[in-house]
Design a protein around this ligand. Structure first.
Ligand code: ATP
Ligand code: MG
Length: 345
């Protein structure tokens, strides 16, 4: 089995199946073949940080790391740092200083997904990397976002922005004298509800800042739209490898099948199912004398075999990775790095 190297590789799957471990080992394996690799984690759990022993300063910064004499760059996504880089790259300093943009770009602030895409695109544009490996948060939320990009595009719809520009100039010029009368006269529907809510819970200054924030974001629309264009590349067979990770633990394979179903409109057909923590191979030379242990072995063996049969019916390629008998997460990564080599000729 040969896995062709593509510009992007995405690791997705449900919670705790080994996405971060396998993405890291894949990135190391690629780097050991001489490729220039950037490993990005957009998982706010920051597991990669512990794994690679990165310091707090490295959050949001591209950081060179070395594991077992293999060198690569790693980046723990920080929406705030991405905003700062965008402001520099696209000469829009207001983007980094506006307080509403700051709130939106906090972790869980609502802009994580789009900023992740913008970040990946900016790193790709730097020309420094042959491959960017992406470790995603558990579940399908990030993947849903890839599908729903059209909705975000409408955010930049000219009429919406014109409305905000108009409201912004009125509010800023007229100040509190006009209060919210202008806003109420001009807008309707959802926007009025939103501003009404903001009016109740905040102050006039907040609304002004909000309007200014929308204008600032609009000024940076080139950066956002470029980030969004990444969606097409991630969907394309020639540019992206998709690894849907699952493990032999109870219920995980079913979750992987559901996730495949969920992601089928944007995950191309040539994706890989990665079955992690397999025991079959590890147990092959274990012949317990004790009957109870023998029964456990037989039951684990048959459960795993059945699982593989089911998965092979549903996925074009199933890559098997063994359970590593160590307590150290970095040992799991190092051992699995070698395993990737067996899938490349
Ligand atoms: N093949 C393996 N053998 C043994 N332990 C493993 C293996 N793969 C992963 N692990 C361990 O399982 C735990 C979960 O792994 P990991 O953090 O990579 O999963 P994840 O899918 O990224 O989790 P999350 O959904 O929380 O992001 C870690 O302790 C990791 O070291
Ligand atoms: Mg993870």
């Amino acid at each position: 089995m040969t896995i062709l190297t593509k510009s992007f590789e995405i690791f997705c799957g449900t919670g705790g199946v080994g996405k971060t471990t396998l993405a890291t080992s894949r990135a190391l394996s690629q780097a050991s073949s001489g490729l220039r690799v950037l490993l990005i984690t957009i998982d706010p759990a920051k597991r990669l940080k512990d794994l690679l022993k990165l310091t707090g300063d490295s959050v949001g910064e591209v950081t060179p790391v070395e594991v077992s004499n293999i060198k690569l760059d790693a980046l723990l996504m920080s929406p705030e740092k991405t905003i700062q880089r965008m402001a520099l790259k696209y000469h829009t300093p207001d983007l980094a200083s506006n307080r509403i943009v700051k709130i939106l770009s906090r972790p869980y602030g609502g802009m994580n997904e789009i900023l992740s895409l913008v970040e990946v695109q900016m790193q790709f544009d730097s020309g420094k990397y042959d491959v960017i490996v992406l470790d995603t948060p558990p579940g399908a939320h990030f993947l849903d976002f890839l599908e729903g990009i059209g909705k975000i595009q409408s955010f930049f719809d000219q009429s919406f922005v014109e409305l905000f520009t108009y409201l912004g100039s009125k509010t800023v010029n007229a100040g509190k004298k006009f209060g919210f009368g202008i806003i109420n006269r001009v807008i309707s529907g959802g926007l009025r509800k939103l501003l009404g809510y903001l009016q109740k819970v905040t102050d006039a200054k907040f609304i002004e800042d909000f309007i200014i924030a929308v204008q600032i974001i609009y000024k940076s629309k080139e950066a956002f739209l470029k980030g969004l264009s990444l969606q097409e590349r991630l969907k394309s067979k020639s540019e992206c490898n998709w690894f849907l990770v699952t493990s032999v633990e109870q219920g995980k394979a079913q979750e992987a099948l559901e996730m495949k179903q969920h992601a089928k409109s944007f995950m191309h057909q040539d994706h890989f199912l990665v079955l992690n923590k397999c025991l079959e191979q590890e147990m092959s030379d274990w012949n317990p004398v004790d009957v109870k242990l023998q029964a456990i072995k037989t039951s684990l063996d048959s459960r795993e075999k059945e699982l593989k049969i089911i998965l092979k019916q549903s996925f074009p390629v199933v890559l098997e990775f063994p359970e590593i008998m160590s307590l150290e997460p970095i040992e799991h990564v190092i051992n699995l790095t070698h395993k990737w080599k067996t899938y490349v000729i």
